[in-house]
Design a protein around this ligand. Structure first.
Ligand code: NOJ
Ligand code: CA
Length: 672
C-alpha cells in the first residue's frame, strides 16, 4: 500500500496563483521569488527586448524577441501591449529522479503585444525561478497553417564568457567539447554552458519541445558575444509548420553561482507540464547489463551470418543468470531480430521476427522466473517511415511478452532522406513514439535522440537518452578523454538523463583481443577506455540515468571485488548534493537512496586530492563506509586496473582526504 501511494504522482502541496490586473507597458521588471534574478522587459523603437541580471551581475544585455514567417513577414514591430502577472509556489514528487521532491516557485509575466501595422497579436511569457528564467512564444492564427521561418530570440551576453561547447550539427550530438571564450564559438549545440568573469554560471537550453523543431545557438557575425536561436529546418526551408497555434519550447537560461548548482537545478523539468494524475507504479528505474559491449568490441556481431551471433538464447541466459545473482535488475539484448544483414536498406527490420537461434518465448519465461527485466531493442537505422508503419505491432509484440523496457536507436541517416535528425519531422516522430509507448505501458531509452527537454515530467515512461558521445566510442575510435566526463554533467546532462553506459572494467580491452574483428572505420586497432576502474564506477553515480548500465561483458565482472559497488546500485534518489566541482576538471557528488549514501568523484587528466566532509549526514550516528579508490600507482593509461577497497566508520563531523589518480575517481557507499 505504501509503495503504491508513493508511486502515485502527487502534485504541488501549495498552489498559490495570484493573477493581477492588466497593466499598460513601457518598461516592466520581473523578479525571481528570492529576487536574485531580475529581468527587464522593454519596448524600444517599437521592438521588444529583454535583459537579465543575476546576483547583481548583468549577464544578458538587451536581446531582441520576435518571429519571422514566410515571405519575410516578420512579427517584430509592436505598438500597444498589455501585461499579466502571476505567481506560483509549490512542489511536486517525480516518479524517479535525482531528488524525491522538486520545489517549483516562480513569478510570471505574460506580454500580449499587438503588431504595429496589422491586427495580429503575439504572446510572450516570461518566468523567473530562483535557478534561472525562461520565455516562450504563443501565436494563434485561426484555421491557418503557420509557417515559421525563424525565431529572432537573442541571447546577447554581456561579457565574453568562458564556455564549454560542441559544434551544432543537425543530425548528431556525439561530439567532444571545446573550452574557449564565447567569441570563439560560432555555432553551438545546446545546452550551451559558460562562466562569467565574476564566476557565475549560465547555461542556455530549451524545455518542452513539441510540435516544433529543436534549436541550435548561432553567433552574430559582427557582435561575437551576441547569439540567437537557430531552428533546424524542414527540407523546404520552413522551420516550424503547424495548424493555427504555434507554441514554442521554453527558451531557458539556467543560472547559478556554482557549477554544482547547475547540476542540482530542476529548471528544465519545472518548465514542463505535470503528468496527468495517474498511477505510475509500473514505471520503475533500473540498473542493467546487456549483450552490447561484445558487439561494439567486435567479439560477436548483431547479425546472424558469420557464425558470430551475440544474441543467442544461451548467451542471453548467461546474462540473466549473472544479473539475478548480482543485484542487477535488467538485461538488454541487441541483435535479437532479423534485419541487421540489411542495415541501411529500406524496411530492413520488422521488429517482431527473432533470429532462429534466439528463442524469445523461452528467454522471457526464463527472465520472469528469475525476476529479471528484459530490455528490448528497436534499432531503426533511421528508417522512420518503416518504423512508424510497424510501431503498434512492435510495441504490442513486446507488451504481450511482458517486456516493459525498450531501447530505440536511430543510427543512420533519416528516411525520408530530406529531413534532419533534429528537425520538426523527427521531433514529432520521437514524441509520437513516446506517447505510443505510454499507451502500451512501455518505458523508453532513446539512442540518437533529440536530447531530453524535460518531457519526462509529463511522460515519466520517457526514461533516458543517449545524445552524447558515450562509451561506445571507446570501443572503436580514439575514444573520449577523461575531461569529457568532467564536462558532461554541466552541459549535456543539464538537459536530462543520459544513457552514457559506463562501467567498463577491462579498460585496455585486452581480455578478448584475439576474438575481436574490426567492423568500424574509425577503429585504428588502438582503442581503449581512458579512465581507471574507480572512475568507471563513479560515472554510474555522477552521470544520472534512471536506467543505468554496467556496460562491460559479464566475464569482466566475474570475481572482481570492485563489482560489489555496482551490485544493487540505486538509480533513483531522495536527494542529490554536488559537494565540489570545477567544469572539465573534477566533480564530486553525493546521492541518497533511503538510508544509503553514494558518494562519487571523478577527475580529468590531472591527479588531485579531494577533502571530503560528511556534514550532509546531519546526525551524530556512526556510519559504515566502503570506499573504492585509485591505488597509489593508478594511472588511466599506464595502470588503470589498480584500485584499493577500504572499509571503516565515519560520522557527520569526520573529514577524509581522497586522492584521485590521473583519469581516476572514487566511489563510496555510506550506510547506518
Ligand atoms: C548506436 C547506439 O548508440 C548503440 O548503443 C547501439 O548498440 C548501436 N547503435 C546499434 O543499435
Ligand atoms: Ca550512438
Amino acid at each position: 500500500m505504501k509503495t503504491n501511494l508513493k508511486n502515485i504522482l502527487k502534485l504541488s502541496f501549495i498552489t498559490l496563483i495570484v493573477l493581477s490586473k492588466t497593466f499598460s507597458f513601457a518598461t516592466e521588471v520581473l523578479f525571481s521569488p528570492s529576487k536574485n534574478i531580475e529581468i527587464k522587459l522593454q519596448l524600444i523603437d517599437k521592438k521588444l527586448y529583454y535583459q537579465a541580471k543575476f546576483n547583481n551581475e548583468k549577464i544578458i544585455n538587451n536581446s531582441l524577441l520576435g518571429l519571422v514567417f514566410q515571405e519575410n513577414d516578420s512579427l517584430v514591430n509592436f505598438k500597444s501591449l498589455k501585461i499579466e502577472k502571476s505567481e506560483y509556489r509549490g512542489s511536486w514528487e517525480p516518479v524517479w529522479g535525482q531528488s524525491d521532491k522538486i520545489v517549483e516557485n516562480y513569478n510570471e509575466i505574460s506580454l500580449l503585444v499587438n503588431e504595429l501595422n496589422g491586427s495580429r497579436q503575439l504572446k510572450v511569457v516570461f518566468r523567473a525561478y530562483d535557478d534561472g528564467f525562461a520565455f516562450r512564444y504563443k501565436f494563434y492564427d485561426n484555421d491557418k497553417i503557420v509557417n515559421l521561418m525563424e525565431e529572432l530570440s537573442q541571447f546577447n551576453f554581456s561579457k565574453n564568457n568562458n564556455c564549454w561547447w560542441i559544434w551544432a550539427d543537425y543530425n548528431t550530438l556525439e561530439k567532444l567539447y571545446f573550452n574557449t571564450k564565447i567569441a570563439k564559438a560560432p555555432h553551438v549545440a545546446a545546452p550551451f554552458t559558460m562562466q562569467t568573469p565574476k564566476g557565475n554560471f549560465i547555461s542556455v537550453y530549451e524545455a518542452a519541445i513539441d510540435k516544433y523543431s529543436s534549436m541550435t545557438i548561432l553567433q552574430n557575425e559582427k557582435e561575437k558575444t551576441n547569439f540567437r536561436v537557430n531552428l533546424v529546418k524542414w527540407s523546404d526551408g520552413v522551420a516550424v509548420r503547424v495548424l493555427d497555434s504555434l507554441i514554442s519550447p521554453w527558451r531557458a537560461v539556467q543560472l547559478s553561482s556554482s557549477a554544482g548548482g547547475l547540476m542540482e537545478s530542476s529548471l528544465i523539468l519545472n518548465l514542463n507540464e505535470p503528468a496527468k494524475e495517474q498511477n505510475y507504479s509500473w514505471i520503475k528505474p533500473i540498473n542493467y547489463i546487456g549483450i552490447w559491449w561484445e558487439m561494439h568490441l567486435g567479439v560477436t556481431e548483431w547479425k546472424l551470418e558469420n557464425n558470430r551471433h551475440g544474441a543467442t538464447t544461451e548467451n542471453t541466459k548467461r546474462y540473466i543468470d549473472f544479473a539475478a545473482k548480482n543485484g542487477i535488475d535488467g538485461v538488454l539484448i541487441e541483435g535479437w531480430n532479423t534485419g541487421w544483414e540489411d542495415w541501411g536498406k529500406p524496411d530492413a527490420f520488422d521488429f517482431v521476427t527473432p533470429y532462429p537461434d534466439f528463442d524469445i518465448y523461452e528467454i522471457t519465461r526464463y527472465a520472469k522466473s528469475k525476476n529479471i527485466e528484459i530490455i528490448g531493442h528497436h534499432e531503426t537505422g533511421g528508417d522512420i517511415v518503416s518504423y512508424e508503419k510497424n510501431l503498434d505491432r512492435a510495441f504490442k509484440f513486446y507488451k504481450d511478452l511482458g517486456i516493459k523496457y525498450v531501447k530505440t536507436g536511430y543510427a543512420g541517416p533519416v528516411n525520408p532522406p530530406t529531413e534532419h535528425h533534429h528537425g520538426q519531422y523527427m521531433v514529432e516522430h520521437y514524441n509520437k513514439v513516446m506517447r505510443k509507448a505510454m499507451e502500451y505501458n512501455i518505458i523508453l531509452d532513446v539512442h540518437e535522440p533529440i536530447i531530453p527537454s524535460g518531457l519526462a515530467r509529463t511522460y515519466p515512461n520517457l526514461m533516458t537518452f543517449e545524445g552524447v558521445r558515450g562509451m561506445e566510442w571507446n570501443a572503436w575510435s580514439d575514444g573520449n578523454p577523461p575531461s569529457h566526463t568532467c564536462i558532461l554533467p554541466f552541459t549535456r546532462a543539464l538537459a536530462g538523463p543520459m544513457d552514457y553506459t559506463p562501467g567498463i572494467f577491462d579498460i585496455k580491452l585486452e581480455k578478448f583481443k584475439d576474438k575481436r574483428v574490426k567492423w568500424n572505420d574509425l577503429d585504428r586497432g588502438e582503442s581503449s577506455v581512458h579512465s581507471t576502474i574507480s572512475n568507471q564506477i563513479a560515472l554510474m553515480i555522477i552521470l544520472y540515468s534512471p536506467m543505468q548500465m554496467a556496460s562491460d561483458m559479464i566475464e569482466n565482472y566475474e570475481n572482481h571485488p570492485a563489482f560489489e559497488f555496482i551490485k544493487n546500485m540505486p538509480t533513483t534518489w531522495n536527494e542529490t548534493k554536488v559537494l565540489d566541482a570545477k567544469i572539465g576538471e573534477y566533480v564530486v557528488v553525493a546521492r541518497r537512496n533511503n538510508k544509503k549514501w553514494y558518494i562519487a568523484g571523478i577527475t580529468n587528466e590531472k591527479a588531485r586530492k579531494i577533502n571530503l566532509n560528511f556534514d550532509f549526514l546531519k546526525d551524530s550516528k556512526e556510519y559504515k563506509f566502503s570506499l573504492c579508490s585509485d591505488g597509489k600507482k593508478s594511472h588511466y593509461e599506464k595502470r588503470p586496473h589498480l584500485y584499493n577497497i577500504t572499509n571503516g566508520t565515519i560520522s557527520s563531523n569526520s573529514k577524509m582526504q581522497i586522492r584521485m589518480a590521473k583519469g581516476g575517481g572514487f566511489i563510496m557507499i555510506v550506510e547506518e
